[in-house]
Design a protein around this ligand. Structure first.
Ligand code: ADP
Ligand code: ZN
Ligand code: ZN
Length: 745
């Protein structure tokens, strides 16, 4: 029964206005204008695409007519629209923008494409094509500055070490002029290589059958299956040490859901790092798997989207945006490596796919399994509070032992390889086994650490590391703006030897070559300058055992499995502790646990040597002792004392612009306004800052931030929405509100 014309519909438009709009549906479109459809509408002087949310009772003669209906089938179900409304309201973000974010980019290219995605296998048959890769060359010299967008691009290239042009385009849009400029300035190097468009497409694989589960895996599966049978939203935390068989549990739980006729959504941190996981899914399940990987073009992504919408995929695997896949009858959502920061979107709609998986699961009455060897502190806390059900896997499969870990106290910052590590490397080489040498890098903010006692400079108010600002000759807290002259004196021991931390991988490599002249050594990091060798080639040399030792930074910590590796050495074990972020201990513990998990994954047991200046820190001690419970206890205590999550809720408000003064003024006036609003509404909120961001100048812009901290979500929300609705924007200063911020840089 359709409502009698003229019908009025509520339409969301992707503009930066936090409201929806009403339009009249002309008689000839009444049959086609349904919720979940896109429409073409007049909007001010423009014509835009909008999204019909629902029908409206009231009629108003002044309303404008919609021009056309763009889809023949609805894009979304009611459940999905409810989910998107929830997101808009939680992140205080315009619903139209949320809907736009949720759609595949290719949809606007081919809105009436009729025949896409009728194939029930993944679109395959890709050929080899050539792709441009960019890698960093040297440090930026002052004076010859590229533009701000180019600097942003350069930063990404530096961080990744080696980036295909396609990834840069996806992130920055059209960027060939900037890349050309960076090449001209000698800051990056371009190289054309042949790549496989679809890394998962046509590899032959053997059919794989379910393993016989051990008793802990069986226990976990029983719980999940029972929840699936009940049809009630049930969230689980699958906490299993590295190599404990979590993936096997996901696979069998998903098989159970499929048998019931329900579908499965699997979120992974970065799909290009998980070809092994995808291969296992494809080997286990006959058909109907959609893999939303980053090598898909816009058109292909849209085809996959359509295929999922039509019910042709039963399992969807992808990185964070796969959360928006139009999958119906979802029985189970798996979030693998739930602790990974990459589930948080860093621009636009700053959603966290890990958190939203729980929301979508609730709306779909699904089972949600968050899996990790090193869960978030907040997840473990949620277990304690009964909000997540714990499924523990405490042993590695087939009784493989965890590696033995030794922590070595380093004397100063000059020595790179300790005698203990040197001896272990020699022994491993002599035994014909392989080693990984992991250099923990400090990321890109700088801070000072005492060369004598190893203590970093921290803020007395905020318990985070102070950021060293070279130009201002100060060490500054970027939460509260506390500052001391730099380099200064060590508050712990009185030493004057305050230094920026860290040897580079190059130095480690040359020291190792001197130490072990006969060893085959490869280095993999953003400074790698070797001409032809791609990362894959370097990794292959490890896999086929042509090399003995792999040196690298964060990028070797996860994803790669080398069964021949029996020794892992960690240099600067505590470096990541000194990031100016309250989560630095958590990140360090996670990182070290991951690296430790790289050793002894094959037949032979592994050992690990962690070198550090500050060996007594609980993040290092607990990682070394495989003591997740101990780490949780101590970290939770720290969070309680300092008032960080899970004991508070955060929002970060950042200001950036090319005029330092304008940014400072805007941040100051916003802070005063926030204080006034807070007082007027009697809210329990701490307003920290404004303070300079740790990356004070980024892409030529000055950056300041205000951190809002509240014991209740409600108070935080009220303040943020009051602040947002003040309707006063600045032409020169960009303001961004980040709810539940993850990246505090
Ligand atoms: P995790 O995801 O916890 O790191 P995986 O699921 O990848 O662990 O399991 C590690 C290895 O052990 C894989 O090769 C997997 O096939 C194997 N495995 C998992 N469960 C079992 C089992 N019950 N019996 C034998 N092997 C298993
Ligand atoms: Zn000291
Ligand atoms: Zn502070």
């Amino acid at each position: 029964m359709s409502p009698s014309p003229p019908t009025v519909v509520e339409v969301a438009v992707a503009v930066h206005l936090d409201k929806t709009f009403h339009y009249r549906v002309p008689t000839h479109l009444v049959d086609r204008a349904r919720p979940g459809h896109r429409v073409f509408i007049p909007f001010g002087h423009r014509r835009l695409t909008g999204y019909i949310l629902g029908y409206i009772e009231a009629s108003d003669s002044k309303l404008k007519d919609i021009i056309d209906v763009l889809d023949s089938d609805p894009l979304w179900t009611d459940n999905e629209l409810e989910f998107f409304r929830w997101i808009a309201s939680y992140y205080l973000y315009p619903l139209g923008e949320v809907l736009k974010t949720a759609l595949p980019a290719g949809i606007n290219l081919q809105s009436n494409k009729g025949n896409a995605g009728t194939d029930s296998t993944i679109s395959g048959g890709r050929s080899i094509k050539r792709e441009r890769f960019y890698r960093p060359v040297a440090a930026v010299e002052a004076g010859r500055q590229p533009g701000s967008k180019a600097i942003e691009i350069l930063e990404v290239i530096r961080e990744a070490g080696d980036v295909p042009a396609g990834d840069l385009r996806r992130r920055f849009g059209q960027c060939s002029p900037q890349l050309k400029r960076l090449e001209e300035l000698g800051l990056v190097q371009m190289e054309e290589r042949e790549v496989y468009r679809n890394p998962f497409g046509e590899e032959p694989f053997e059919r794989d059958t379910p393993r016989v589960l051990n008793s802990q895996q069986e226990g976990a599966l029983q719980h999940v299956s029972a929840a699936l049978d009940s049809g009630i939203f049930t969230p689980f935390l699958l906490h299993g040490v590295t190599g404990s068989g979590k993936t096997e549990v996901y696979l069998q739980a998903i098989a159970h859901a499929l048998e019931q006729g329900a579908n499965a959504l699997v979120l992974v941190p970065e799909i290009s790092l998980t070809p092994q996981l995808v291969r296992r899914f494809r080997a286990r399940f006959e058909s109907g798997i959609a893999v939303l990987h980053s090598a898909l073009s816009d058109g292909e992504r849209y085809d996959e989207w359509r295929r999922i919408r039509r019910g042709l995929a039963r399992i969807v695997i992808g990185a964070r945006s796969a959360l928006f896949a139009p999958l119906e009858r979802i029985g189970i959502i798996v979030v693998d490596e739930e602790h990974e920061a990459s589930f948080k979107q860093a621009e636009g709609l700053r959603y966290n796919a890990r958190d939203l998986a729980l929301v979508r699961g609730r709306l779909e009455k699904a089972v949600v399994v968050l899996g990790s060897a090193t869960p978030l502190i907040t997840s473990l806390h949620a277990v304690e509070r009964g909000k997540l059900t714990l499924l523990p896997l405490t042993e590695r499969v087939e009784n493989r032992p965890m590696p033995t870990v030794t922590v070595v106290q380093m004397k100063g910052i000059k020595e790179t390889i300790s005698p203990q590590l040197a001896r272990a490397l020699e022994e491993t080489l002599a035994a014909g086994e392989q080693s990984l040498v992991f250099l923990n890098r400090r990321g890109f903010a700088t801070f000072l650490v005492c060369g004598d006692c190893g203590e970093p400079l921290t803020c007395p108010n905020c318990s985070v590391t102070l950021t060293f600002h070279r130009q201002r000759r100060q060490s500054v807290c970027h939460y509260c703006d506390y500052a001391v002259p730099a380099p200064g004196v060590c508050p712990a021991c009185g030493s004057m030897e305050m230094k920026e931390l860290g040897a580079g991988t190059e130095r480690v490599e040359s020291d190792l070559r001197e130490l072990l002249p006969t060893a085959g050594i490869v280095r993999m990091d953003s400074d790698t300058t070797s001409g032809k060798d791609s990362h894959e080639r370097l990794l292959k040399r490890m896999a086929d055992r042509s090399d003995d030792i792999l040196i690298g930074t964060q990028m070797i910590a996860k994803g790669h499995d080398f069964p021949g590796v029996t020794l892992v050495g960690v240099i600067n074990g505590e470096a990541s502790l000194n990031m100016p972020d309250f989560r630095s201990a958590e990140r360090t513990y996670q990182l070290l646990s991951q690296v430790i998990g790289r050793a002894g994954r094959g037949e032979l047991p592994g050992r690990v040597i962690i070198q550090a200046l500050n060996t007594s820190h609980y993040a290092i001690q607990c990682a070394a002792g495989h003591d997740g419970q101990g780490f949780y206890r101590q970290e939770l205590e720290f969070r309680r004392e300092a008032g960080y999550p899970p004991f508070s809720f955060l929002a970060a408000l950042s200001f950036s612009g090319t005029s330092e003064k304008a940014v400072e003024d805007r941040a100051e006036s916003s802070s005063r306004l926030l204080a006034k609003l807070k007082k007027g509404l009697s809210l329990r909120i701490e307003i920290l800052g404004p303070a300079p961001a740790p990356l004070y100048r980024l892409r030529g812009r000055f950056r300041r931030q205000i951190l809002l901290k509240s014991p209740t979500r409600g108070d935080l929300r009220r303040l943020v929405s009051a602040w947002q609705s003040r309707g006063d924007t600045s032409a020169t200063v960009r303001e961004i509100m980040d709810i539940d911020p993850v990246d505090m840089m």
